[in-house]
Design a protein around this ligand. Structure first.
Ligand code: FAD
Length: 295
């Protein structure tokens, strides 16, 4: 027999946790499932969350889990494999099966990180992936942007406007049309063709070596390789998607095209920011409680 809840929330990032806290405070039976090692835990310094001058992502999540428990929410460290529609929803994890009339998907995204040696030493400190999160940490510094698409060129121009004038853009050869290379060069952005092999420096980042052997000097680096959406467990459901990136499309209260299945946070189109995810989680929980009252 699968245990039954009012709502099952998949993913304990800011989006899912905020939803669970609200549902708990309505005294609903909420189950939070998370397989661990989430993206927010990699954020060393969140400095753009209202009311909190600075906090690590790990700390934010741990405080959220404490609040969830304080209001009676249940947390299980399990990997969700499938969500099926079957008299409400039936959720299968690597350890069990659970039922609920409402589900919130809040499993975020995973950055595509290329295999560059000594990445772990600098990731989150001087090697970043998110301009909204960490662009500010590059102010006035020598910056290398490492990427694999035209999006990386747009990022270089944007970062030059906001943060720093000293930018080297490293992309696979032949990717950029010549007129774009000309424009970037005119703007003072150095363009290099190549593939990064290894970050240099100890303990401070001093550069990146390409497979060709060329060394690019930098104090900070921004990775621009896109991301994948963590939603494989929804594959069996007919969830409407955004045409370009196949991100989940929802209504104003964050309901997907599958009735009573909600999606909040970074796995939806928009900017993957903690405060946005939390706001969406709050809104979804209020709507779910409204529907539970009507049942
Ligand atoms: C290095 C770094 C720095 C950042 N800095 C900032 C910052 O300064 N400010 C800011 O606002 N945001 C920052 N972010 C972004 C932020 O961490 C999140 O992207 C954002 O909070 C969105 O949260 P979310 O709730 O949608 O998803 P996430 O926080 O990504 O949480 C998703 C959760 O789902 C779980 N999960 C995924 N798949 C499954 C599954 N199948 N079964 C069970 N569990 C699953 C994961 O373990 C994870 O805990 C940063 C991110 C990184 C990587």
């Amino acid at each position: 027999m699968a245990a039954t809840y009012d709502c099952i929330i998949i993913g304990a990032g800011p989006g899912g946790l905020q939803a669970a806290i609200h549902l708990g405070r309505y005294r609903r039976r909420a189950l939070m499932l998370d397989h661990g090692a989430g993206r927010t835990r990699h954020a060393l310094h969140i400095e753009n969350y209202l009311g909190i001058p600075a906090i690590s992502g790990k700390n934010l999540v741990d405080i959220g889990l404490g609040q969830l428990r304080q209001f009676g929410g249940e947390f299980r460290r399990e990997h969700v494999e499938t969500v099926m529609v079957a008299d409400g929803f039936l959720i299968a994890t690597d350890q069990g099966r659970y039922r609920a009339p409402f589900v919130i998907a809040s499993t975020g995204v995973t950055e595509k990180i290329p295999p560059i040696a000594r990445m772990n030493r600098f990731f989150g400190r001087s090697v970043f992936t998110c301009v909204d999160c960490d662009g500010y940490h590059t102010v006035g510094k020598k910056l290398a942007i490492l990427g694999d698409s035209l999006e990386s060129a747009r990022l270089a121009l944007a970062m030059q406007q906001m943060f720093t004038q000293t930018i080297t853009l490293v992309l696979p050869g032949g990717l950029l049309p010549p007129d774009l290379v000309e424009l970037l060069t005119e703007e003072g952005i150095i363009v290099r063709a190549g593939t990064p092999q290894e970050f240099l420096g100890d303990p401070i980042l001093t550069g990146v070596r390409l497979h060709s052997g060329e060394e690019i000097f930098c104090e900070v680096a921004m990775l621009s390789y896109g991301y994948t959406i963590n939603d494989s467990y929804l594959a069996g459901l007919d969830v409407a998607r955004d045409g370009n990136r196949a991100e989940i499309v929802t209504s104003g209260v964050h309901e997907t095209s599958v009735r009573n299945l909600f999606a909040v946070g970074a796995l939806k189109p928009g900017n993957p920011q903690a405060i946005i995810a939390a706001g969406q989680g709050c809104q979804a929980a209020i709507e779910i409680n409204r529907r539970l009252l009507a049942i």
